[in-house]
Design a protein around this ligand. Structure first.
Ligand SMILES: Cc1ncc(COP(=O)(O)O)c(C=O)c1O
Length: 449
C-alpha cells in the first residue's frame, strides 16, 4: 500500500517493463482486444495521489491522470470513503424506473456551476460517448431538425453517433461503414498553424465567416441545423484552446438561428482549466453541456446538463440502466466538493506555475513548436523544424517514452503533441519534478534529429 504523503515523487527500480509487468502484458495480449492503444508498457498495480505503482515496485508521477479522469488524484481518501459507504447502503436501483435522492442531490450541485440566467436539468450517463449520444438526441428532439455541425480535430467518442461527430484520426472511423448523415465538419481555430497568421486570441474569424457564408448558404440552411458541438479546448486533438471570441461567436450564431450550442467539456471540464467549465472563460451560456471523465475521480459517470426549456422531451424518450448509479454519484459528489473546496484554485495556481516555467520551451528546445493551454490542461507541440512546423510524431513518441523511463506518465495528443493533464492535486514540487523529467526527455529526443 502506498500513501500520497509517503511517496510524492517517482522512483524507477527495474528496467521497464519489469518482470512482473511483462507477465501482465503477455497475459493481456492473449485475451484483450488488439484495438486498445497502449503507447508504452505501464502496468498499474495500485495508485495514490499523483503516484502510480507498478507490480515491480516502480513508482511513477502521473501527469496523464487516466486520460484526465483522476481529478482528485488516485484513490483520494474522501472519494474512497464515499464509495465504501454508499456501496454498503445501495449499489443500484435504476434511476430510469425508480427514485433515489442521490440523483437530484448531485444534479443540484452540477446546476450550481451553470449560468444563473437559466434554469437547468440534468441527465446522467456512464461515459462521455453516451452523453454525446444523448445530447445529439435531445438537440434533434427539441429543434425537430437533424443536421449537425462539428469541427475537424475534435473527439466526441467512439459509438456510431458520437463517432460521426469525431474527426480526430481516420483510424477511429475507418472500416466502420456509413455513419450518421447530415454532419458537416468545419475547421477548428488552431493559432499555431493559422494559415492567416492570427494569434491565440484572434484565430478563427474566417471559420465563422465560412460557417455563415459558405455552410449556411451552400450546404445546410441554418434552420435545418439541430446543433453545433464543440470542445472549448480540443483534448484528443492536441490540447488546443479555442479563442474566447470564437466561442462567443458560436453562441451568437446559435442564438440567432435557434441552433443548440453543445459544449463538450468531457476532457476540459470540472475545474481542470481553473474554472468549472472551460467555456466559463468566454462568459457564454451554452444550451447543453457534456461532462464525464473528471466528474467522479475514475468511477464511470457522465452527465449532460441542458437548459430546462431545452430538456423538454416526453417520458420514455430517453433512459439508461446504470446512469445515476448511487455509488458513482457518491464518488462524484465527493469529487465535486474537493474540486470546489480548493482543487479548482490549485489547478489555476499550479497550471500558471508550470506555464511560467515552460512557456519559453520553444526558445530553449528546437523540437518544441508551441506550448499552450489553461490551468492543468497544457499541450506541448513537437516539430522537426520550428520554421516549417513539420509535425514530428516520432519525436513526440520518443519524448513520451523517455519520460516514462524516467518515471513520468504523460500521453500523446493529436498527431504530434504531448498532453500535460495531471490530477488537480499536484503541488509545485511535483510540477518541478515533471518539468525536469520532460526537459531531459526532450533533450534526449533532440539527439535524434
Ligand atoms: C471531449 C471528449 N468527448 C467525449 C469523449 C468520449 O468519452 P468516453 O471515452 O468516456 O466515451 C472523450 C474521450 O476522450 C473526449 O475527450
Amino acid at each position: 500500500m502506498i500513501t500520497a504523503t509517503e511517496t510524492k515523487l517517482p522512483k524507477i527500480k527495474t528496467a521497464l517493463p519489469g518482470p512482473r509487468a511483462k507477465e501482465v502484458i503477455a497475459f493481456d495480449a492473449k485475451f484483450m482486444s488488439p484495438s486498445l492503444t497502449r503507447d508504452y508498457p505501464l502496468v498499474a498495480e495500485r495508485a495514490s495521489g499523483a503516484i502510480v505503482e507498478d507490480p515491480d515496485g516502480n513508482t511513477f508521477l502521473d501527469f496523464a491522470a487516466g486520460i484526465a479522469v483522476c481529478s482528485t488524484g488516485h484513490c483520494h481518501p474522501k472519494v474512497v470513503a464515499a464509495i465504501q459507504k454508499q456501496a454498503a447502503d445501495l449499489i443500484h436501483i435504476a434511476g430510469t424506473d425508480f427514485y433515489h435522492r442521490h440523483m437530484p442531490e448531485f444534479a443540484e450541485k452540477l446546476v450550481s456551476t451553470m449560468p444563473k440566467s437559466e434554469k437547468w436539468k440534468v441527465f446522467f450517463g456512464n461515459s462521455g460517448t453516451e452523453v454525446v449520444e444523448g445530447a445529439i438526441k435531445l438537440a434533434r428532439y427539441h429543434t425537430k431538425r437533424d443536421k449537425l455541425i462539428a469541427f475537424y480535430g475534435c473527439f466526441h467518442g467512439r459509438t456510431l453517433g458520437s463517432l460521426s461527430l469525431t474527426a480526430s484520426k481516420s483510424t477511429q472511423r475507418k472500416n466502420f461503414g456509413t455513419l450518421l448523415g447530415g454532419v458537416e465538419h468545419i475547421p477548428y481555430p488552431y493559432a499555431y498553424r493559422c494559415a492567416l497568421g492570427h494569434t491565440k486570441e484572434t484565430c478563427g474569424g474566417e471559420i465563422i465567416e465560412m460557417l455563415e457564408q459558405q455552410v449556411f448558404k451552400r450546404l445546410f440552411a441554418p434552420e435545418e441545423i439541430a446543433a453545433i458541438i464543440v470542445e472549448p479546448v480540443q483534448g484528443e486533438g492536441g490540447f488546443i484552446p479555442a479563442p474566447l471570441f470564437f466561442l462567443q461567436e458560436l453562441q451568437r450564431i446559435s442564438n440567432k438561428h435557434g441552433i443548440m450550442l453543445i459544449l463538450d467539456e468531457v476532457q476540459a471540464g470540472m475545474g481542470r482549466t481553473g474554472k468549472w467549465w472551460a467555456y466559463d472563460h468566454a462568459g457564454i451560456t451554452p444550451d447543453i453541456v457534456l461532462t464525464a471523465k473528471g466528474i467522479a475521480s475514475g468511477m464511470p459517470m457522465a452527465a449532460f446538463i441542458a437548459k430546462e426549456s431545452v430538456m423538454n422531451w416526453k417520458t420514455g424518450s430517453h433512459g439508461t440502466t446504470y446512469g445515476g448509479n448511487p455509488v458513482c454519484l457518491a464518488a462524484a459528489s465527493a469529487t465535486f466538493d474537493l474540486i470546489e473546496g480548493g482543487l479548482m484554485a490549485n489547478a489555476e495556481k499550479v497550471g500558471n506555475y508550470i506555464f511560467s516555467k515552460i512557456s519559453d520551451w520553444p526558445n530553449r528546445f528546437k523540437i518544441v513548436g508551441d506550448v499552450r493551454g489553461k490551468g492543468l490542461m497544457i499541450g506541448v507541440e513537437i516539430v522537426r523544424d520550428q520554421r516549417t512546423k513539420e509535425r514530428a510524431a516520432d519525436l513526440r513518441d520518443a519524448v513520451v517514452d523517455n519520460a516514462f523511463h524516467r518515471g513520468l506518465l504523460t500521453l500523446g495528443s493529436g498527431e504530434n503533441s504531448i498532453r500535460i493533464s495531471p490530477p488537480l492535486i499536484i503541488d509545485e514540487e511535483q510540477a518541478d519534478c515533471a518539468i525536469r523529467i520532460m526537459e531531459e526527455s526532450i533533450r534526449e529526443a533532440e539527439k535524434k534529429i
